[in-house]
Design a binder for this molecule. Structure first.
Ligand SMILES: [Zn+2]
Length: 90
């Protein structure tokens, strides 16, 4: 059942990524938000990703939308790599 567990874990990560921005906007419903919060506690990778998103969000607020688009592109690339599992180094 190890493979299934790994797959289920990956599915949770993908689902978390998908709603992360909505979650940070505070626009997620209570049940879903709690599920995301729980996962961010358990999963260091998603927790880290959430921190980066939150930082960019703060920067966007502070700098009045003058954030370097390359930084966002880099983050998106990182997220895509992560979802595919390319960056799963040891
Ligand atoms: Zn995760």
């Amino acid at each position: 059942m190890k493979v299934w567990n790994a797959m289920a874990s990956r599915m949770r990560c993908v689902a978390t990524m998908r709603v992360l921005q909505t979650y940070l906007d505070g626009a997620l419903d209570e049940v879903a938000a709690q599920r995301v919060a729980d996962h961010l506690e358990d999963c260091r990778r998603c927790g880290l990703e959430a921190e980066v998103y939150a930082e960019i969000k703060t920067a966007l607020g502070e700098q009045d939308r003058t954030v370097d688009p390359r930084a966002i592109e880099r983050l998106r690339h990182f997220g895509e790599q992560f979802v595919r599992g390319d960056s799963a180094g040891s």
